[in-house]
Design a protein. Structure first.
Length: 190
């Protein structure tokens, strides 16, 4: 199995680009954000726990998302691999992922990182707020906190995966089509 990590700050275009990637390479898309939003919509206990943290722009506890990921890994068959969108988001989650994969002598294939500057994060999220109505897109304080959380907790993963020789960065500031082409050129190497 191949394990691709789709990395990038909030609003970078991970969800947008994931659709073509999973089709072209027969991957299972796992967005921890989408899974958590579904738990909230279904009113589950996990969703209740996650809601206040997500609405504040904070991360949910590592164990919760690690459990979600492992359960999808176990249940999925018939694909060439996985596209992890929004996971891992902390060094602890990255270590947990390595440990999960090592059980079957597997490892992360590559990190595809879509990079945009902070100001563009705000523009993209504001634009999406008018279309999708996500609770964590609605409020400036929440957006600021998501950006801060990204820099504090998630950005250290850039060095983590560079150290393992797995980090590949794409310029996310072009059009959706520009970014799609750059990702396809990269993915064709794996
Ligand atoms: P999550 O759902 O993962 O949100 P995120 O990381 O903040 O990323 P987004 O979904 O906001 O952005 P995206 O990169 O997918 O951008 P999109 O393609 O939509 O997480 C939400 C929350 O859940 C977290 O804050 C946390 O609380 C919790 N959570 C999730 N995973 C967790 C984990 N592992 N651990 C702990 N907590 C976790 O694009 C954005 C907009 O821009 C769209 O409108 C799109 O149309 C537009 N756009 C995209 N590309 C372009 C382009 N090239 N040019 C112009 N517009 C573009
Ligand atoms: Mg997304």
């Amino acid at each position: 199995m191949k394990y691709f990590i789709l990395f990038g700050p909030p609003g970078a275009g991970k969800g947008t680009q994931a659709t073509a990637m999973v089709e072209n390479y027969n991957l299972r898309h796992i967005s921890t954000g989408e899974l958590l939003r579904k738990e909230i919509a279904d009113g589950t206990e996990l969703g209740l726990k996650a809601k206040s943290l997500i609405d504040a722009g904070a991360l949910v506890p590592d164990e919760i998302v690690e459990g979600m990921i492992e359960s999808v890994f176990r249940k999925t068959t018939g694909v060439n691999g996985f596209l992890l969108d929004g996971f891992p988001r902390t060094v602890a989650q990255a270590d947990a992922l390595d440990a999960m994969l090592a059980k079957n002598s597997e490892e992360v294939t590559a990190v595809v990182s879509i990079m945009i500057p902070d100001e563009m994060i705000r523009e993209r999220i504001k634009h999406r707020a008018s279309i999708e109505g996500r609770a964590d897109d609605a409020n400036d304080d929440t957006i600021s906190n998501r950006i801060r959380t990204y820099h504090d907790k998630t950005e250290p993963l850039v060095e983590y995966y560079k150290g393992k020789g797995k980090y590949h960065e794409i310029d996310g500031t072009g059009t959706i089509e520009d970014v799609r082409k750059a990702i396809a050129a990269l993915m064709d190497r794996f």
